[in-house]
Design a binder for this molecule. Structure first.
Ligand code: BDR
Ligand code: CA
Length: 311
């Protein structure tokens, strides 16, 4: 299996991403690192442990990382995810305590310990922890196999400002550093994740699956409400599970190797991913930027994997 570290700010869609990863034999989750994003750090680390326990994987170490972006105050998204970040189920105190040590140290130590080129980072929140690790330990950058992240937008711009996607907007300086790092990047932007939208049938399939499926249904029920009211859309976009699904089934996606720069100064465009889809800038490609997903294939994969956690 492919070794991954998931860096996350759960978040209902982060939770489904974690479940998908933990249910997939193609992936070995070395650890889960948490960051401030959708809600503050004390909640994201708690939520990540709750999700691991729901998956029956209290053995996965969960680390707490950075409580705030590199150089800006934290922006959160309770308006989308609820006060807890994981509204939609009955929350509980997880049995497994938080792992000792800082998430950034875990990332650095893991990359130094494992053979070079064998560990993939999967950030599905703001990029603060990854940027800190690269700043503190430049020697690890060339040891990363790949970064597969959810973030950014091209045509489907803006879910937190008209120009920017949430994960990039929260810590644009961190994103800039990661996009300039030279590590092979795969980017799953809103253009893709707004195609990965739940429908009633799928939610009911989840609810009928067992306790894990019921948690997924509870989360998507809650998550959906926001998108229905805000955008009039039918269901909820499962942003973060797209990053995990790409690792398992890249054939469900298509995109292009292009140059992507992060706006850190714009008056109206802070945190925008300036994606050179038509290669007009002459700048060197630094990312595989995904634009399309086989929606049905994606939901079939999710159903198949999440129901195995209920068996
Ligand atoms: C991203 O922002 C968060 O609200 C979601 O968890 C996802 O990672 C979507 O813009
Ligand atoms: Ca997230």
């Amino acid at each position: 299996p492919r070794k991954i570290i998931i860096d996350t700010d759960p978040g209902q869609d982060d939770a489904v991403a974690l479940l998908l990863a933990l249910a997939s034999p193609e992936l070995e989750v070395l650890g889960v690192t948490t960051v401030a994003g959708n809600v503050p750090l004390d909640l994201t680390q708690l939520n990540a442990r709750i999700v691991c326990q729901i998956a029956g994987r209290g053995d996965i170490p969960v680390y707490a990382g950075c409580p705030a972006p590199l150089s800006r105050p934290l922006v959160t998204a309770e308006h989308v995810h609820g006060k807890s970040g994981l509204d939609g189920i009955l929350l509980f105190e997880p049995e497994t305590p938080l792992a000792e040590g800082h998430a950034v140290d875990f990332i650095i130590e893991t990359l130094r310990r494992e053979p070079a080129g064998t560990v993939t980072l999967v950030p599905i929140g703001p990029l603060t922890n990854i940027a800190h690790a690269f700043q503190r330990a430049p020697d690890i950058v060339s040891r990363v196999q790949q970064i597969v992240l959810m973030g950014g937008a091209y045509c489907e711009v803006g879910n937190i400002t008209p120009a920017a996607e949430f994960n990039i907007y929260v810590d644009p300086e961190a994103a800039k550093l990661v996009f300039a790092s030279g590590v092979p990047l795969t980017v799953l932007p809103l253009d893709v994740t707004h195609q990965a939208v739940t429908n009633r049938d799928w939610i009911e399939t989840m609810r009928a699956s067992g306790p894990v499926g019921r948690a997924v249904a509870g989360w998507t029920d809650f998550f959906e409400r926001y998108d229905r009211e805000k955008y009039g859309s039918e269901g909820a976009p499962l942003h973060d599970p797209c990053a995990i699904a790409w690792l398992i089934r890249p054939d469900l996606f298509s995109g292009r190797e292009i140059n992507v720069e992060i706006e850190t100064k714009g008056e109206f465009t802070l945190g925008m991913t300036v994606a050179d889809w038509w290669r007009v800038s002459g700048r060197k490609p630094n990312a595989l930027f995904i634009r399309d997903i086989d929606r049905d294939g994606f939901f079939d994969l999710l159903t198949q994997r999440i129901t195995t956690l209920d068996r």
